[in-house]
Design a protein around this ligand. Structure first.
Ligand SMILES: NC(=O)c1ccc[n+]([C@@H]2O[C@H](COP(=O)([O-])OP(=O)(O)OC[C@H]3O[C@@H](n4cnc5c(N)ncnc54)[C@H](O)[C@@H]3O)[C@@H](O)[C@H]2O)c1
Length: 263
């Protein structure tokens, strides 16, 4: 199956765990990949890994909140491969676990990276997609955008990202550009908040597993196939969707059901 033969994808945060899994997946399906990350060495490492595996890849060092840097990264991708078929808005960040931890600067920082940064990247790829009359954007949301599970500023940003997904889907669908969202539940990665929680409780992912109807938390490789589907031509009639990749977490309260069943 080579759904991405002759196609080009930009993956923001591509040097990280979920972004890396998405990069590997798209590359294995034939895509040339621009691995965009603010950490240049991580982007380089991932691009080298893809090339060593026989794929085509370039590394782009850019902060997604820096419009000129993002535009330069998009220009470099077009220069290298001549087209952009898919943008995966995956770069994300959160630090503050509760409202009490927040101040306006941190609140704005989390909004800026998770929401404004995704808008900046979308705006940067849209001209070439509109000109080509085709393209896809997949935004990485979170269960936090749907229900309150901590990290309130990040959650507000991810909820806003779904609104942005709907606006993009509606405004650019007629121009051939589809936009969808993938919203993962707990994914075992080293993103800041999980690193801190794991330091406090090394069993954190096992503890959280009981909330998940599938009996486990997710892995980065659980997210990648959903992104690959939404970005591919076969999803041509899927536009503005929010695909939960959360093992059923947000469809019910599994531990509550367990507690209600007394025999
Ligand atoms: N891990 C989870 O449980 C989980 C759950 C739901 C959603 N998500 C989302 O998945 C995405 C990836 O998370 P992850 O767990 O792989 O984290 P990660 O820390 O492994 O990867 C994030 C990557 O984004 C990059 N990045 C951060 N800010 C950036 C910026 N301003 N500009 C450019 N690059 C930037 C980082 O350098 C890093 O390489 C994020 O959007 C996150 O919100 C994660």
């Amino acid at each position: 199956m080579q759904r991405y033969e002759n196609k080009v994808a930009i993956i923001t945060g591509g040097g990280g765990a979920i972004g890396g899994a998405i990069a590997r997946r798209l590359s294995s399906e034939g895509a040339a990949v621009a691995v965009l990350d603010q950490l240049g060495d991580q982007a380089e490492r991932m691009a080298t890994e893809l090339e060593t595996g026989g794929g085509k890849a370039i590394a782009v060092t850019a902060d997604i909140t820096d419009k000129p840097a993002v535009e330069a990264g998009v220009a470099a991708t077009l220069e290298a491969y001549g087209r952009i078929d898919l943008l995966v808005n995956n770069a994300g960040y959160t630090k503050s676990g509760s409202i009490d931890d927040l101040d306006p600067d941190e609140f704005n920082k989390e909004l800026n990276i998770n929401l404004t940064g995704s808008y900046i990247c979308a705006a940067a790829v849209l001209p070439s997609m509109i000109e080509a009359g085709r393209g896809a954007i997949v935004n990485i949301g979170s269960v936090n955008g749907r229900v309150a599970v901590g990290n309130p500023a990040y959650s507000a940003a991810k909820a806003g990202l779904y609104s942005l997904t709907q606006s993009l889907a509606t405004e650019y669908g007629p121009k051939g550009v589809r936009t969808n969202m993938v919203s993962p539940g707990t994914i075992e990665t080293d993103i800041y908040t999980w690193r801190v929680r794991r330091e406090k409780n090394p069993e954190i992912f096992d503890v959280l597993a009981r909330w998940y109807p599938v009996g486990r938390v997710g892995q980065p490789e659980d997210v990648a196939p959903a992104v690959a589907f939404l970005g591919a031509d076969e999803a041509g009639f899927v536009n503005g969707a929010n695909l939960m990749v959360d093992g059923g977490l947000t469809c019910g309260l599994a531990p509550m059901i367990e507690e209600m069943i007394l025999e």
